[in-house]
Design a binder for this molecule. Structure first.
Ligand SMILES: [Zn+2]
Ligand SMILES: [Zn+2]
Length: 697
């Protein structure tokens, strides 16, 4: 209500202002350019734009773009201006609250407003014509779309009642919200968090508020949306990146309308939707790395942006996870967030038993055969199948084998464009670069020595499936990884088959670790903990713990204690021991100590600076020169330059610098300094064609 009133006053002000008809509009374009661009408004303009309205403007010699009005004024710029070609909206398509969130994203993640605009608005709402104005398609403006999803749904039901433990947790959350804006719900796997969310959402919409319920893409399954739909019916919209652009544009329009959805269930990009009275934000599986956008810019973390959005709207926020990310747990321990812990699984389930198998020892005893299956794991699989139970096997690597090697000279195929070895995919009969996607034929003869003995080393999910099928020919085995789930239908089909008992064993990458609930999974196998622990990243141990704890949580859903077999070469590793004991707090304490010692988040802010150039020598000298400039301003906070493990992608050589900033340093000031230094370095001879970009946290 407060917001609406504020919005009304603001609109009224703008209307009064517009009545006088401003002469100029500063706009942002959907391009990676810094700053705004000034255009003159035609004096005979039929529709008077407001801040946040879309306009069509010419740019360059022949291009036209949809732009967003940021400011209206009468200050004649000291250079000739072009005219706005057309005003698309009479009322804002981007609300003032959204614009201020965009500004925050642009400041914090060191990208331009244009980058944010590009990511934030569905393409159907950005009609653009790059050549001639006449060819531009019209009629995509506001009000042209109904926004109603075309399906009928059953009348809404009252949600399932909460158990005593769930009820207590819910009351705990509500009481934490009296003193904190954000509350972290740390609930073990299968503790029934979703039911608590449903009750909180119901309460919020009864109070006339809007709810944003965010989930990682892969967890947003049909099963879950149907379950929510049964409770909330037509008052809920779903925003998924696999939906068509048209559907997403409709939902965006609906949210702007006078009857917006009360609840949006959405993925990362739902932070860009226009909420008019957001009162509750829930982020489930908040530790998930898929909330972070990697490429292209804006390289934002949706959890962090959503929390800023909630704060700006005066909404309460709830983060939920069985394995919270270190940053969130830290914030809860220091009192910045409220904390509610749910230690018992729903309906009296126990946490699964974990058995560690030392693969090194099995190899010494010659018990591993030729493969990746220890005798213990195979015995448990056979037992599960005899008892008509199901099995999930987890390997964090897709494809057939990560490396092909010539046994005579040691030659290994690498991508022509990137500095990485190629992954063999048997099913495709090709080798694929997992960085750029380029596919190559599998050689039959070594191009280096002419030898014919080329062998696959290591295990991807495809090879595991092949080996296991050979050992257990009767078993019905399915595989779930990026290669088998190209479309949403494939993904849903694999889940459907497994849920319906048509599959005995599901082999998969991290996809199988996500919050899937199955009733008959008695055994989970983690085939190799080692590859996860060996990642060169300060978050790799935390991440390995999360993956293993999450996948272990898939075992033993109803009436039976689940069993987990964890295979590793390093049984004494701290993370392996912590998974064994389900000891999140122990993992946190140890990792937090290291992060504090070596100055990593959550104890400071880390900004990775990437420099790219076609010529390796230029990339190298650019990195050195830039580091000198940066050190003049930021001193010891600058580390590097160094060469990242994958130092060439898509023919561009990469160098990396690290900037570690105190948490108290204002990001807008840091950004200003960085951009000034960046333009200084790019003006130096030889560097103008280099690319510089930033990745924060
Ligand atoms: Zn060879
Ligand atoms: Zn490549």
């Amino acid at each position: 209500m407060k917001y609406l009133a504020k919005h009304f006053v603001l609109s009224a002000l703008i209307c009064t202002f517009a009545f006088i008809m401003p002469r100029y509009a500063d706009v942002i374009l959907p391009l990676p350019l810094q700053g705004t661009f000034t255009y003159a408004l035609p004096p005979d303009c039929e529709v008077v734009p407001q801040v946040g309205c879309r306009v069509i403007v010419p740019f360059g010699s022949r291009k036209f773009y949809t732009a967003i009005v940021m400011r209206l004024h009468d200050e004649t710029p000291p250079y000739p201006t072009k005219l706005v070609s057309e005003v698309l909206d009479a009322s804002p398509a981007v609300l003032p609250a959204q614009l201020s969130l965009w500004q925050w994203i642009s400041d914090y993640y060191l990208c331009s407003m244009g980058d944010v605009f590009k990511a934030a608005i569905p393409a159907a709402l950005k009609p653009k014509c790059e050549t001639k104005k006449g060819a531009r398609s019209k009629g995509q403006g506001a009000g042209g779309l109904s926004g109603q999803e075309a399906f009928s749904c059953p009348p809404a039901l009252a949600p399932c009642p909460l158990s005593d433990v769930q009820q207590q947790a819910m009351e705990g959350i509500v009481s934490q919200w009296q003193t904190h804006d954000v509350c972290l719900l740390h609930g073990v796997t299968s503790s029934g968090k979703t039911e608590i969310y449903i009750h909180l959402m119901k309460k919020a919409i009864e109070e006339g508020k809007q709810v944003l319920f965010m989930l990682p893409e892969i967890v947003l399954t049909t099963q879950l949306t149907e379950r929510l739909r049964r409770v909330f019916g037509n008052r809920m919209g779903v925003y998924h990146s696999k939906y068509s652009d048209k559907v997403r544009a409709e939902l965006y329009q609906k949210m702007l309308s006078e009857e917006p959805y009360d609840i949006v269930v959405g993925v990362r990009s739902s932070i860009f939707l226009p909420f008019q009275r957001l009162g509750l934000l829930i982020i489930d599986e908040e530790h998930e790395t898929s909330f972070k956008q990697q490429d292209p810019a804006p390289r934002y973390h949706a959890r962090n942006v959503a929390l800023v959005m909630a704060r700006q709207a005066g909404a309460k926020a709830l983060l939920g996870s069985a394995t919270p990310c270190l940053e969130s747990y830290h914030n809860a321990l220091v009192g910045k967030y409220g904390l509610v812990t749910l230690k018992t699984r729903y309906a009296g389930l126990s946490l699964p038993d974990i058995e560690i198998v030392d693969v090194q020892e099995m190899r010494r005893k010659k018990l591993m055969g030729s493969g990746l299956f220890s005798p213990q794991l195979l015995a448990h699989i056979r037992k599960a199948l005899e008892q008509r139970q199901q099995v999930i096997l987890f390997q964090n690597r897709r494809g057939y084998a990560p490396v092909l090697e010539c046994r005579e000279c040691g030659w290994t195929p690498r991508c022509e464009k990137c500095d990485v070895s190629l992954t063999v995919h048997r099913g495709l009969r090709q080798m694929v670069c997992h960085y750029c996607g380029k596919a190559y034929d599998i050689p039959t003869v070594c191009p280096n020595c002419g030898g014919r003995d080329l062998s696959s080393k290591g295990y991807g999910t495809e090879r595991i499936e092949e080996q296991l099928q050979a050992i257990l020919p009767e078993a019905r085995i399915a595989r779930m990884d990026l290669d088998t789930t190209r479309s949403r239908q494939n993904y849903e089909q694999i889940l459907h088959d497994f849920e319906g008992g048509n599959t005995d064993i599901l082999i998969g990458t991290q996809m199988v670790t996500k919050g899937l609930d199955f009733d008959r999974v008695s055994l989970v196998g983690i085939l190799s903990a080692d590859s996860m622990l060996a990642q060169p990243d300060f978050r790799s141990y935390e991440r390995a713990f999360q993956l293993m704890e999450q996948v272990a949580g898939r075992a033993g859903r109803k009436e039976s204690v689940g069993h987990v077999v964890l295979q590793t070469r390093d049984a004494s590793n701290a993370i392996v021991r912590q998974v064994l004991a389900h000891d999140y707090e122990g993992m946190y304490a140890e990792q937090a100590e290291e992060r504090e010692l070596f100055r990593y988040p959550p104890f400071c802010r880390v900004i990775f600076i990437y420099l790219k150039h076609r010529d390796e020598a230029v990339a190298e000298s650019l990195a050195t020169d830039f580091s000198v400039l940066l050190r003049q301003v930021f001193g010891e906070r600058v580390l590097g330059p160094d060469t990242p493990p994958v130092s060439r992608i898509q023919r561009l050589h990469i160098r990396k610098l690290i900037l570690k900033m105190e948490l108290t340093a204002p990001m807008s000031a840091v950004r200003e300094r960085l951009l000034a230094l960046q333009s200084q370095i790019l003006q130096m001879p030889g560097y103008h064609s280099a690319q510089v970009y930033y990745d924060v946290d």
